[in-house]
Every structure is written in structure tokens, then in C-alpha cells.
Design a protein around this ligand. Structure first.
Ligand code: SF4
Length: 358
């Protein structure tokens, strides 16, 4: 079985030609996949019936993800989907909308996609990390998450404006499928979103960051730092291994020099753990004058014992960084009440899922 969403436009062309069809059939399929969002091959009405039958006979399918649950926040700006993959494994994806800047403009609609079922990195404050790792997701499953939301938005006359690889899993630990998904999503004959509208977030796999810098892509990179020193970071991110905080900052610098894209350092602020004035000063010393940007993320409630710092501590932390010349923002909180915010993604129906898999 091959999901048509897996094929890059060049591969789609090769496939139709091998099946004895003219090259333009590839564009008919691509147009349908990325503008009409068919659920089955029989819904690709641009194709002759006989060719649709051939595709089915040859084992092609559409959409390996099925929506099983949808929940929207009270303000209507955050929607979380629970999707079931081909092997019935559940995974979560989130849509976050921000009001338009202009009257009658479109809202900014950012999709946060998952790249793995669970995560092996085991960050102590993250719900996904506490689930453990199940499997890597395929490129078509990553793309499928965007397609589900694109259809929901298109029904309202809206569209996807940004995609962040910040859902469940470590994207760079599933490198080749993540890159294929980026290619499918940014290809002008594929989903066609601009490369600059995509950000990959990593806990910091240095060899993969260097590899990504060589891909000739203009995507944004976010590195999750969470601590200015190695001792604390190794406790928060037990799989950090040999990589030091300095190594991560240097890798970010290399990415910036190679791609020209500014790197964001993500910093989950956790009460009593990494939110003190001393730690803020240590972080400021490390990052000042190197052009990087820090995104402070006051921790969202998860199942663990970690808590979000008081608002005044967050502001103080930001002030120290800012006054030291470090470019810094505090992430706007979205979707906390539906467990759709950063670090909260964890398939709530896990019990049900485990029963199915036994
Ligand atoms: S924070 Fe990211 S890398 Fe760490 S466990 Fe959670 S999903 Fe994995």
C-alpha cells in the first residue's frame, strides 16, 4: 500500500508514466490532494474512472490518518485533533489561531504537527516524554495532520499560514521522514507553503542540526535549551548525553551562518527549577551579543510535579535577558485547558489505545 500523500511531484509523475498515463495526470492528482482534500481515490474526479480503478488495484490509497476526536478551546482559537494512524496508533496535532492584524484579514493559523508516536528523549517536564517512544511517523502521516486542518480551515474560507514541528516527538530523531514531509509541504506543486513559514523544533541533536543546515532549506530552527548550564540541563533532558549547552549554542550559530535564518532558543520556565534571577543572569551572559532569540515558555501543567512560575517571576526573567541585550519574548499561552499547549501533548485515550494493541 502506498499513500499518494507520500509521493513528491517528481515521483508522482514517474508513477503515472509507469502506469501508461500522460505526465499531466500527476498534476491532476496533486491538485486534488492539496486543494480538494479527497478521502478516497474515487473522489479524485479529475481522473478517468479506469485510471482510478488502476490506482486502487495497484495498492495506492489516500490519507493514512483518520480523525477520531476533536476538541476546541472556549475562545475557539485552539483546536486539538486526535488522529488514528493506519495501525490504529493515536497521535495529536494542534491548530492555533491568532486574530488577523487587519480588519477583514485572515487569522494566522499555525499547525503544530507530531513527528513520532511518543518520544524517546524523556524530558522530565514533558507529558509526551513520559509516554515513552512507540514509533517514528511516516512523511505522509506528518503531512496528513496538516491536510486535516487545511480541510477544516478551507471549509471556513481560511488557510494554513504556518507549520511548526513541535508536537509529539523529536523531529530530528526521525530525520529522513521529517525532511520528506517538509519537501512535500513546501513543494510548489505539493502543499506549497513557503519554507520560511515552517519551523522545526529540536531538543538538540547536533549532528542532525548540521545536516539540516546543509539541506538548502529556508526553514526556521528552534533549539530547546531549558538551562544555561550542563548540570541542570542533563537533569531536565536526561538524553542530552555528551552535548554541552555551549555545543548547542555553537550548532545554532552554524545553522544561522549557513542558512541566514535566525535561531530561536526555547526555554521552558519551571518554578523553582530554572527560573531564578541567578539563572537568568547566567543565560544572559551566555547569549548576549550573539544575535540569538530566546522564547520563554512558562511551563504548562502536565501530569508531573512541575509548576509554572508566577507571572512576576516570568517578567523578571525576561527583563534580565532584555536588559543584557538578549532578544527575548514570552510565548503567548494557547490551548492549556484542552491540554494542547507545549509539553502537554499526550494521547489522552492511551488506555483505550493500549487495550486495542494488546
Ligand atoms: S520536550 Fe520534546 S524532545 Fe523532550 S520529551 Fe517532550 S517531545 Fe520529546
Amino acid at each position: 500500500m502506498t499513500d499518494l500523500y507520500r509521493l513528491l511531484p517528481e515521483e508522482m509523475e514517474q508513477m503515472v508514466i509507469e502506469l501508461g498515463q500522460p505526465r499531466y495526470r500527476a498534476d491532476q492528482i496533486l491538485f486534488s490532494l492539496y486543494y480538494k482534500f479527497p478521502k478516497t481515490i474515487s473522489e479524485i474526479k479529475q481522473l478517468p474512472g479506469a485510471f482510478r480503478d488502476t490506482l486502487v488495484d495497484k495498492g495506492f490509497t489516500i490519507g493514512s490518518t483518520q480523525e477520531t476526536h476533536r476538541i476546541t478551546s472556549e475562545d475557539g482559537e485552539t483546536t486539538k485533533l486526535l488522529l488514528s494512524l493506519e495501525d490504529k496508533v493515536p497521535v495529536e496535532s494542534v491548530l492555533m489561531q491568532y486574530p488577523p492584524k487587519k480588519l477583514f484579514g485572515h487569522p494566522r493559523s499555525t499547525i503544530c504537527v507530531s513527528t513520532q508516536v511518543g518520544c524517546a528523549m524523556g524530558c522530565v517536564f514533558c507529558a509526551t516524554g513520559q509516554m515513552g517512544f512507540d514509533r517514528n511517523m511516516k512523511a505522509e502521516e506528518i503531512v496528513g495532520q496538516v491536510i486535516h486542518f487545511a480541510k477544516i480551515l478551507s471549509d471556513k474560507g481560511q488557510h494554513v499560514t504556518n507549520i511548526v514541528f513541535m508536537g509529539m516527538g523529536e523531529p530530528l530523531a526521525n530525520y529522513s521522514e521529517t525532511i520528506r514531509a517538509v519537501q512535500l509541504l513546501t513543494h510548489p506543486r505539493g502543499f506549497g507553503i513557503g519554507q520560511r513559514s515552517i519551523t522545526i523544533s529540536t531538543i538538540g541533536i547536533i549532528s542532525s542540526i548540521d545536516k539540516l543546515a546543509e539541506e538548502n532549506l529556508q526553514i526556521g530552527l528552534a533549539i530547546s535549551l531549558h538551562s544555561p548550564n550542563d548540570k541542570l540541563r542533563q537533569w531536565l533532558v536526561p538524553t542530552a548525553g555528551e552535548n554541552s549547552v555551549r555545543d548547542l549554542i555553537d550548532a545554532g550559530q552554524r545553522y544561522f551562518l549557513k542558512t541566514g535564518r535566525r535561531v530561536t532558543f526555547e526555554y521552558a520556565l519551571i518554578q523553582g527549577i530554572n527560573d531564578s534571577v541567578e539563572i537568568a543572569k547566567e543565560l544572559a551572559l551566555l547569549l548576549k551579543n550573539n544575535g540569538s532569540h530566546v522564547n520563554l515558555i512558562p511551563l504548562n501543567p502536565t501530569a508531573g510535579d512541575f509548576e509554572r512560575p508566577a507571572r512576576k517571576n516570568v517578567i523578571e526573567f525576561e527583563r534580565i535577558l532584555y536588559n543584557s541585550g538578549v532578544n527575548c519574548t514570552v510565548r503567548v499561552e494557547k490551548g492549556t485547558e484542552i491540554s494542547a499547549a507545549c509539553g502537554q501533548l499526550r494521547t489522552d485515550v492511551l488506555g483505550k489505545y493500549n487495550n486495542k494493541r494488546e
